[in-house]
Design a protein around this ligand. Structure first.
Ligand code: ING
Length: 311
C-alpha cells in the first residue's frame, strides 16, 4: 500500500515593510484553504514567511530589527493560522524569525516549525548556513545581513516521524550545501521541506539572473536524488519594496525529477500527491549508503572548514 502524502508548496508573493502580521496571516490562511480544498494534508510556506526579508536592511540599533521577530509561536497574530489548520485537519511548515530566551539571554534564529494536523508543533529547525555579511556595506544596492541578525542554528539537522513518513527541514542557503541533505539522508529522510528568500540580484559579483533559478534547481534536485528523498522548495517571491526575489517554488521527486513548479511570482499553491516510498528504490540501489559509502575516505569533510592547498 503506497504511503501517499499530498503536499502543497504555498508560495508567497512579496511582503512589504508596511504589511502587517495580520494581513500576511490572512494570506497564509487563504493559501491553506485552497490547498486543503485540493486534498493537501501538508502546506509548506517559505522562509521568513511572516515579514519582508528584513536582512536586506541595515539597522544601527539591533533592537530596531526586533519588530520582525516572533517572541512566541503561536502568538496572537499567528494563532488564527494554527486554529485554521486544526479546523481543516492539515499540517503546515512555517519559516519565521525567532526571538527566544535561552541560557538566560535573548537568542535570535532564522527558524522553521513543522505543525501537525492537530495544530501542535511537531518540531523546530534553526538555520545553520547563514549567508551574506555582518558589516554595513553602503555602496551596494541592498544588504544581506543574516550573520548580523541571526545566530547559527543550534538544533542540528533533525528528522521527525510525521505525516506517515520521515520529515526533515532546512532553510534557504542550507540547500546549497550537500552536507545538509546528506545528514538528513543518513537519518532516512523521505521529504525535506525548504523555504527560501533568494534575491534575483547578486550583490557580490555580476551574475546573469537566470543562474539564480538554475542554482536553486540543481541544489534541490541533487539533494533529492543523492539522498532518495522528496524535496519541497517554497519561495517568497516578487518585488518587496523594489527588491526582487526569485520564484520557482518546486516539488522534486526522489529520482531528481521536478514534478510541479510555480508559474507566477505571487501567492500560489503548487500541489503534488507524493508516494513517500518512491525513494526506496534509490536508497536500495544507487544510493544504498551502507553498501556504497566509504566514510574512511571522507575525513576532510568534517575535519576541515575551509580549503587547504597542500600541493
Ligand atoms: N538567501 C539566498 C540563498 O541562499 C544567496 C542567499 C543567494 C546566497 C545566492 C548565495 C547565492 O538562496 C537566503 N536567505 O539564504
Amino acid at each position: 500500500m503506497a504511503r501517499k502524502l499530498k503536499v502543497a508548496a504555498a508560495q508567497l508573493g512579496p511582503i512589504h515593510l508596511a504589511d502587517t502580521r495580520e494581513q500576511v496571516v490572512a494570506r497564509l490562511v487563504e493559501l491553506m484553504r485552497e490547498a486543503a480544498a485540493g486534498g493537501c494534508r501538508l502546506v509548506v510556506y517559505p522562509e521568513l514567511a511572516l515579514t519582508t526579508f528584513f536582512p536586506r536592511y541595515w539597522y544601527d540599533d539591533l533592537a530596531e530589527a526586533d519588530r520582525f521577530f516572533e517572541r512566541e509561536m503561536p502568538g496572537e497574530a499567528t494563532r488564527p493560522l494554527f486554529e485554521e489548520a486544526k479546523r481543516l485537519g492539515v499540517g503546515f511548515h512555517l519559516g519565521y524569525a525567532e526571538l527566544a530566551e535561552e541560557e538566560g539571554r535573548p537568542r535570535r534564529f532564522n527558524a522553521a516549525i513543522l505543525v501537525g494536523p492537530d495544530g501542535e508543533i511537531v518540531g523546530k529547525y534553526r538555520k545553520i548556513h547563514l549567508p551574506g555579511h555582518a558589516d554595513h556595506r553602503p555602496n551596494i544596492p541592498f544588504q544581506h545581513l543574516e550573520k548580523r541578525y541571526f545566530e547559527v542554528g543550534n538544533l542540528g539537522f533533525p528528522v521527525w516521524r510525521a505525516f506517515d513518513g520521515i520529515m526533515g527541514m532546512a532553510i534557504c542557503n542550507d540547500r546549497r550545501w550537500p552536507e545538509t541533505f546528506r545528514v538528513l539522508g543518513l537519518q532516512g529522510v523521505e521529504m525535506v521541506l525548504i523555504g527560501y528568500n533568494t534575491p534575483t540580484f547578486n550583490i557580490y559579483h555580476p551574475e546573469a539572473p537566470h543562474l539564480r533559478t538554475l542554482h536553486n534547481d540543481i541544489s534541490l534536485q541533487s539533494g533529492a536524488y543523492q539522498n532518495g528523498t522528496w524535496v519541497v522548495g517554497v519561495a517568497k517571491a516578487g518585488s518587496e519594496d523594489g527588491h526582487e526575489l526569485i520564484a520557482g517554488s518546486t516539488i522534486v521527486a526522489p529520482n531528481g525529477e521536478i514534478v510541479a513548479r510555480a508559474l507566477t511570482m505571487d501567492d500560489e499553491v503548487v500541489a503534488f500527491d507524493c508516494d513517500l516510498g518512491l525513494g526506496d528504490y534509490v536508497k536500495n540501489t544507487v544510493f544504498a549508503f551502507e553498501r556504497h559509502r566509504r566514510p574512511e575516505h571522507y575525513g576532510r569533510i568534517v575535519e576541515q572548514t575551509g580549503v587547504r592547498i597542500e600541493v
